[in-house]
Write a protein that binds this ligand. Structure first.
Ligand code: FE2
Ligand code: FE2
Length: 271
């Protein structure tokens, strides 16, 4: 097993298990009062990921890697189950079986994509699979830019329509990130020829500027919601949740930037 396997595993699981726990809460809140079975299922996943989170924090870094490999496998199974639950809910919503529930279909799809991402991450960690740096840079950015574009759309639609200025700002972020996503997909389709140091460097720089400004917007929104200064139907925890995901994307961009400038062409990393 590679160096840093334990630290990397615990770090990923610590971040994403909290995210999965909160998704369960958001899904649960969006169901109708009569959807008791779905609410129970959501609560069940909440407890599962709450427990995983607690266990992650109980491990120390000198734990036997085999223990963590087994733990990753167990978390992987839980993530597969919550992914299936999210896709089932999406199916129910899109076939109009839950009229009046309040989670947007795109949000349900979005949280299932995040579960899928976490699941892949756990597989890569356990298999010790290393993705070449230049591929990782493109794949991670394509994934996260879409996540950011979705967040801007959710915020825009969950703010009260009377918050005209903020709704407009959210719409601008949505367009900015849609455009960045298209650019990222262009670079993706031009690979491997697009995978030069200067092009990827510029790609990261450009994305970083927009992610920082969206991160700041989310932080402001979160604080305004906490202080009850704006009108919206955004759960305070959702505001913090999307802020943390932007922070994570920024950390990943910085990590890539360091690998690009530090290690050169052939570096392979666990991202
Ligand atoms: Fe999320
Ligand atoms: Fe998200």
């Amino acid at each position: 097993m590679s160096d840093g396997f334990v630290a990397r595993s615990l770090e990923e699981t610590s971040f994403w298990s909290r995210i999965m726990k909160e998704h369960s809460l958001f899904l649960g809140l969006g169901f109708r009062a009569e959807d008791t079975v779905l609410i129970k299922e959501a609560n069940h996943f909440y407890r599962i990921f709450e427990d995983i989170e607690r266990r992650v924090h109980s491990f120390s870094l000198d734990v036997d890697p085999v223990t963590i490999q087994q733990f990753n496998q167990e978390v992987h199974t839980a993530v597969c189950h919550i992914w299936a639950f999210k896709r089932k809910v999406l199916g129910l919503i899109l076939s109009c079986k839950l009229p009046g529930q309040t989670n947007f279909p795109l949000l349900v799809d979005h949280v299932s994509r995040e579960a899928n991402y976490f699941r892949n991450r756990l597989e890569e960690l356990n298999q010790g699979k290393l993705e070449p740096l230049y591929d990782a840079i493109i794949d991670e950015n394509v994934f996260f830019l879409r996540i950011m574009a979705d967040h801007a759309k959710f915020i825009g639609h969950l703010l009260d329509p009377s918050e005209r200025k903020l709704v407009e700002q959210a719409r601008e972020f949505s367009q900015d990130f849609d455009q960045l996503l298209f650019q990222a997909r262009d670079i993706e389709s031009m690979r491997p020829q697009s995978q030069t140091g200067p092009i990827l460097n510029q790609f990261l720089d450009q994305n970083r500027v927009s992610v920082k400004s969206l991160r700041d917007f989310k932080k402001t929104a979160r604080d305004l919601i906490d202080q009850c200064r704006i009108k919206s139907i955004i759960h305070p925890l959702l505001a913090d949740h999307v802020f943390r995901e932007a922070e994570r994307f920024l950390e990943i961009i910085d990590m890539f930037e360091n690998s690009l400038t530090g290690k050169g062409n052939n570096s392979m990393i666990h991202h």
